[in-house]
Design a binder for this molecule. Structure first.
Ligand code: SF4
Length: 352
């Protein structure tokens, strides 16, 4: 079983600790528990990457912390800028593995798309990350650290929304993902509201049910097909968790009063974009509080599939909307810098 990277030479990384964990850490050093909140604010709000700047700590405490702990952040190795304003950051980790993080500017706020694993084992055919395979899980610190590093480099960014939609399957790295979400939403952390945190999954039913039991994040699911045969052809995970099991888990996912589950549906020409497919999607989603994001396939990802014609996309959308489903056609952002859906993997992966 793969775990997140840990080196024996590394001191504990305070970026990936929740406030209760920091309280234990300071307790073990014989220090007051309020130090936990202070250090958390310095790291996540002050963007401190050294104990030296923590001016409300005595010099001796700063020295002691430097000897016993670390503040680790991924390092930006490269930035690509799209014509549409999207930026893709290639991040280097302590063991020289690399992941990608995408900043998507909006009119009044920005969205950051984070990676949760180096590579991915889910093997989706319409995704470049799948070609790397899974190298390792990210730690909670490495997940949250992507926000800190982008905020440090882009001081004018207004990152209020975070989606776990970059490299990797978040629910296959469940514990570190949940811990990262708790840190992100904490008042002394990066302060991303629960309502603006979205976990995007290929659709692991047990992980979905467990997530609903432990936290309140929003859920996005890549459905992409309306029959098992169709879905298995592009998403091998469907062999293990067929549509009936996935839809059963979605029915049980707890939602706040006005919330809906986001269903991602990549439209592929002649494969899953017919009128009959649209009507079947309406039937499948009937018992679920859902809205649908329609994403025309990016035909650079697999030469065997094609982007549907714009009129087909509109017709598919019309059928969903005529049946009272909220359906939005999503523009692919950052396509010219391979930062769009399914494109992440450019320089990422392991160094070898
Ligand atoms: S689409 Fe997501 S789950 Fe599927 S292979 Fe790519 S990163 Fe993994």
């Amino acid at each position: 079983m793969l775990h997140e990277y840990r080196s024996d030479k590394l001191k504990p990384d305070l970026v990936g600790m929740t406030q209760p964990e920091l309280e234990i850490f300071f307790g073990d050093l014989g220090k007051e528990s309020y130090r936990a909140a202070q250090v958390m604010k310095w790291i996540h709000r002050g963007l401190a990457d050294s104990f030296d700047v923590m001016s409300n700590f005595s010099k001796s405490l700063r020295n002691e912390l430097s000897l016993t702990a670390s503040i680790l952040r991924p390092k930006v190795l490269d930035v690509s800028c799209s014509d549409d304003g999207t930026k893709k950051f290639l991040m280097g980790l302590e063991d020289e593995c690399r992941v990608e993080t995408v900043l998507i500017p909006g009119e009044d706020h920005d969205t950051l798309c984070l990676s949760t694993q180096v590579g991915c084992q889910m093997g989706c055919r319409i995704c470049r990350t799948a070609r790397i395979g899974l190298i390792r899980n990210l730690s909670a610190g490495e997940i949250v650290g992507q926000i800190l590093e982008v905020r440090r480099r882009e001081p004018l960014s207004r990152i209020t929304n975070v989606v776990l939609m970059g490299m990797g399957e978040p629910l296959a790295n469940f514990d570190q993902t949940v811990k990262a979400l708790r840190i992100m939403s904490h008042p002394n952390g990066p302060q991303i509201s629960w309502r603006r945190l979205t976990v995007s999954t290929v659709g692991l039913p047990n992980g979905i049910l467990q997530l609903g039991r432990v936290i309140r994040a929003k859920l996005a699911v890549s459905l992409n097909a309306v029959t098992d045969e169709q879905r298995t052809a592009i998403m091998p995970v469907n062999r293990i968790y067929p549509l009936s099991e996935l839809l059963g888990a979605l029915k049980e996912y707890p939602l706040a009063r006005r919330d809906r589950i986001t269903i991602q549906y990549v439209l592929i020409d002649g494969f899953n974009d017919s009128d009959a497919d649209a009507r079947q999607l309406v039937r499948l989603l009937n018992p679920i509080r859902a809205k649908v994001n329609l994403i025309p396939f990016n035909d650079e990802l697999d030469e065997n599939f094609r982007t549907p014609k714009p009129e087909r996309v509109l017709r598919f959308q019309e059928i969903l909307m005529a049946n009272s489903l909220v359906a939005i056609v999503r523009r692919s952002r950052g396509r010219d810098i391979t930062a769009a859906c399914g494109q992440l993997a450019g320089g990422a992966g392991s160094p070898s």
